[in-house]
Write a protein that binds this ligand. Structure first.
Ligand SMILES: Nc1ncnc2c1ncn2[C@@H]1O[C@H](COP(=O)(O)OP(=O)(O)OP(=O)(O)O)[C@@H](O)[C@H]1O
Length: 387
């Protein structure tokens, strides 16, 4: 979708801001450009909508060399969100959002109706916030309007330059979560500049870690954190990268162990026999549909009655796809040696359990070490020791 081919930008004073850059962003992908100040992120981004022209090399949008596209026409296909949102102070929020469609020739009433939809999409109530002026909004609300406005012409590509940089960390995290939900729905091709590795990891399908004018590593967040390509990247992502990786690695079905399972209506003596046979101290209890009910300890089996009489409710569970960080945190919160994992999409069907050992394995898997021919011993798990 967006392709950089040997792109270099040298400013007139001789500064090489971007040096022979080649990379590609797939359609519908969210790529974060992350790196220290002055490493060329903004220059990279501004070359995509021709606010800056490359010194050499080509940029292709959907296979078309953008140097031959009229900049105004090009920018209609590209939404642009910046930190200082750039809203018109004398226009209401609704009119700010409706500006682009209106400029594109959409009738005023229709443009405003679309603007109201977009405000709702970014979590603002058009009937409350629509009539306000930008100065009557909080910083976080202004950023939301900036995103709504960038989406107004429904462009396939979004460029976002530190869009959440000016708000406090709590609002920032909320905006990030909202944006991820929005992106799951609208699936734009996004280039997102940030100098914050946490933000890059949280939002990006892939991350481009910039050194000076060059990309040092371009990969999925888990891989950048798990197997930094250079010592520069390792230092940039931080010594706690193992912990960061927990938050970007989802629980997958293949990570799970299958413990002994009994049903609510099984007689207790049969459950006791089963657990003895398997040498287990506990079993997961499922209802007749295979959904998670709870668990039972071996010492509570063997009497008269059914499993239902002795089963305990299961507090420590998560849906498949939740992050390993949530899994770890749930284990700690419930002081549990294992947690149950269910499929929320099929009414809570039990899939298996995650233990500290399988969590550790899942974290190793997340580096895709095997695919890269990296031996497991080289995959560094220095900061997360799960015993
Ligand atoms: N118009 C310009 N003329 C000369 N040098 C420039 C110009 N714009 C940017 N630079 C230089 O190019 C380099 C890259 O700048 P750029 O703004 O792309 O970095 P950045 O990674 O986005 O930084 P930041 O995170 O601070 O915004 C820097 O050394 C900067 O000083």
């Amino acid at each position: 979708m967006i392709r950089f081919e040997h792109v270099t930008k040298r400013y007139e004073d001789g500064t090489t801001a971007v040096d022979d850059l080649s990379f590609e962003v797939a359609g519908g992908e969210l790529v974060t450009l992350v790196g220290p100040s002055g490493c060329g992120k903004t220059t990279t981004m501004k070359m995509v909508n021709r606010l800056i022209e490359p010194t050499s090399g080509r940029i292709l949008l959907d296979g078309e060399d953008i140097s031959g596209v009229d900049p105004v026409e090009l920018r209609r296909r590209i939404g642009y969100v910046i930190q200082q949102v750039g809203l018109f102070p004398h226009k209401t929020v609704l009119d700010n959002t409706a500006t682009v469609p209106h400029l594109l020739g959409v009738k005023r009433a229709k443009a405003r109706a679309r603007a109201a939809e977009l405000l709702e999409l970014v979590g603002l109530d058009p009937s409350v916030h629509g009539a306000r002026y930008p100065e009557q909004l909080s910083g976080g609300q202004r950023q939301r309007v900036g995103v709504a406005r960038a989406l107004a012409a429904d462009p396939p590509v979004l460029l976002m330059d530190e869009p959440f940089g000016a708000v406090d960390p709590v609002v920032r995290e909320r905006l990030q979560n909202e944006f991820l939900k929005l992106q799951a729905a609208v699936r734009k091709t996004v280039l997102f500049v940030t100098h914050d590795i946490e933000e890059a990891v949280r939002l990006g399908d892939r991350i481009a870690v910039y050194g000076s004018g060059r990309i040092e590593q371009y990969d999925a967040p888990a891989a950048v954190l798990g197997a930094p390509a250079t010592s520069y990247v390792a230092e940039f992502v931080g010594a706690d990268r193992g912990l960061k990786r927990l938050s970007v690695t989802p629980i997958e079905e293949g990570d799970l162990q299958q413990p002994p399972v009994v049903r609510l209506d099984d007689p207790l003596d049969r459950a006791a026999e089963q657990l003895r046979g398997e040498g287990a101290h506990w079993a997961v209890v499922l209802d007749a549909e295979g959904n998670l009910h709870g668990w039972i300890s071996a010492e509570h089996t063997g009497n008269k009655g059914t499993v239902r009489d002795q089963a305990r409710r299961m507090e420590a569970w998560l849906p498949v796809g939740a992050s390993l960080k949530q899994a770890f945190s749930t284990m700690l919160q419930h002081d549990a040696g294992w947690i149950a994992v269910i499929d929320e999409d099929s009414a809570g069907r039990f899939l298996g359990v995650l233990t500290p050992a399988t969590l550790h394995e899942a974290l190793r898997r997340s580096t895709t070490a095997d695919a890269r021919d990296i031996t497991r011993a080289e995959v560094d798990l220095d900061t997360v020791t799960v015993r």
